[in-house]
Write a protein that binds this ligand. Structure first.
Ligand code: ZN
Length: 279
């Protein structure tokens, strides 16, 4: 027979893993989604000493969406680590607007998982000083991160296009009503880390408006995996047809924002019909 335990004995809390789903809006350019490790030393504790690229910092930016979240979640939940699983990612210089990009934040080894998630979310936003906004956190099963990794969604982008010449009115009208397939060879800027392939993607110009003599404002809907900057410039004829080819003048993407990710809960027409169910 064992003696009853004294009531004032405290046990170390068990550690548990949990998954928090949300969407982030990224409102500051230059903020990467995840930790931007230095490509030379990879942030390694020893190798980064004396690394000329990052000057010993180990990273190329001070913060990221991941770190803005982790720095509040981990201490609040007394967790060991956090992992960020985004539904895709935008380039570092691209804003993420609209309803934001879905993600799952995996909390590893939390001692205090039962915190006020809404207070935590507000604290993250406050400390981020306008760089990010978050939808309310929802605790989800682990499978949700698999869902967001596997699914592909069309997107709407807004771009400011810098022109080297003045397009003919007819060419401008043609480009403004473009809808159809484009073929993109892997862009030169990512060719070192992606297979060199031709990819066909559907794309529709939603609007194309002059903003002064040398700038156009473009809104475009495209399938997942479309390289929008390269569709604008043509990337030395690796993308066809490009906006530059349609306009008959040199084009460069000066500013780019993701205006919306067309997840299943966003209404509106899609470029590609969903595949019919298997018989
Ligand atoms: Zn380095």
């Amino acid at each position: 027979m064992s003696a009853p335990l004294p009531s004032d004995v405290s046990f170390p809390a068990r550690r548990t893993n949990l998954w928090l789903e949300s969407r982030y809006r990224k409102l500051r350019r230059g903020l990467p989604q995840t930790i931007f490790w230095c490509p030379d030393c990879k942030g390694d504790r020893r190798r980064r000493q004396g690394c000329a690229r990052c000057e010993g910092f180990g990273k190329l930016t001070r913060e990221s969406v991941q770190e803005l979240i982790a720095r509040r979640v981990l201490p609040t939940m007394e967790a060991k680590a956090g992992r960020f699983h985004g539904a895709g990612r935008e380039d570092i210089d691209v804003l993420m607007l609209g309803r934001g990009r879905p993600f799952v934040f995996e909390v590893v080894g939390a001692r205090c998982p039962d915190v006020d998630l809404e207070a935590l979310r507000r604290e993250i936003e406050q400390r981020a000083e306008g760089a990010i906004e978050l939808q309310p956190f929802v605790r989800v099963p682990r499978q949700r991160l698999v869902y967001w990794k596997q699914e592909h969604f069309e997107k709407v982008y807004r771009a400011e296009v810098a022109l080297t010449g003045t397009p003919e009115p007819a060419a401008l009208a043609r480009a403004a009503s473009f809808a159809g397939a484009i073929v993109q060879r892997t862009p030169q800027r990512v060719a070192h880390r992606r297979a060199d392939l031709d990819r066909e993607r559907l794309l529709r110009v939603l609007s194309l408006q002059p903003r002064g003599d040398t700038v156009l404002e473009l809104r475009v809907q495209c399938q997942h995996g479309t390289y929008v900057k390269e569709w604008i410039s043509g990337d030395d004829a690796r993308t066809e047809p490009s906006l530059a080819a349609l306009l008959g003048t040199g084009c460069r993407c000066a500013v780019l924002d993701v205006e919306e990710i067309l997840t299943d809960d966003v209404p509106g027409p899609r470029l590609a019909e969903p595949a019919p169910p298997e018989a």
